[in-house]
Design a protein around this ligand. Sequence first.
Ligand SMILES: C[S@@+](CC[C@H](N)C(=O)[O-])C[C@H]1O[C@@H](n2cnc3c(N)ncnc32)[C@H](O)[C@@H]1O
Length: 278
Amino acid sequence: MKTKKLIIDEREKKYLIKKDLNNFGNDLGVIDLENVEEGTAITSHNNHTFYIVEPTVYDIVKKMRRSVTTLLPKDIGMILTYCGIEDGETVVEAGTGSGALTIYLANAVGKNGKVITYEKRPEFAKIARKNLEIVGAVKKNQKIIGLEEDENEKNENETSNNDKHNGLYNVIQKIGDITEGIEEKDVDVIVLDMPDPWNVVEHAKNSLNKAKGRIAIYVPYIEQAKKSVDALKEHGFLDIQTVECIVRNIEITEKGARPSTRMIGHTGYITIARVRPK
Ligand SMILES: C[S@@+](CC[C@H](N)C(=O)[O-])C[C@H]1O[C@@H](n2cnc3c(N)ncnc32)[C@H](O)[C@@H]1O
């Protein structure tokens, strides 16, 4: 269960607020949210309409706090679909960053699956934990494996008092440098969004389930994609393909419809492959 609700005002400006907040106000007036269910339209004290709805994961990711740039939905969509990530699977990811990709991976594998996410910078892992909490992918202040002990002790106490939401809770966060090794075995999918993924390919080969293990690598530069593909070939991976996804927004107005004059020209290259059975 998500810990936020979404308010959309009549200009379609969006506000993500805490679920238990009882009132809200902006320049269009003040609304009383006590006992107001999501899926309701209410009028402010000065007669403007506000819609109270449940945020999607997309709404939350767009507004969440960032430590580093997150992957865009178009690239996340390609990773999920080209890898064919399914309910119940075990995914290992690095680096966690702000946790945007982690959130979608957690949703894809569902309650029966799990995502183990490695991040080498503790301060980033803590920001990601807050984002993961909002969508119910981790419990409030859930232990991050490898984080300083005294911090975790404090967190565990808070967990017992504050954890009243019923979420997926299928993400395990770890502090660690994934180029030094992957502890998990029999992993279904490994997803890498980090500067030197080629240094993880050998570990990935040893951790992936031989029946259906897949890997996805996202990198912004073509030279990185080439180095990654070379490493995958060296370690015998099958079905290697590299893709780029370009999205054009379409503006539809009274005058006509045409692609938006502004667009994101480039984000990154995605390489997908399957581990070779022994
Ligand atoms: C581009 S960000 C990932 C963004 C993330 N996919 C998201 O959507 O929010 C890359 C992250 O990888 C982490 N990182 C880099 N090298 C790493 C390594 N060897 N092991 C673990 N994390 C690493 C960085 O600290 C950074 O947080």
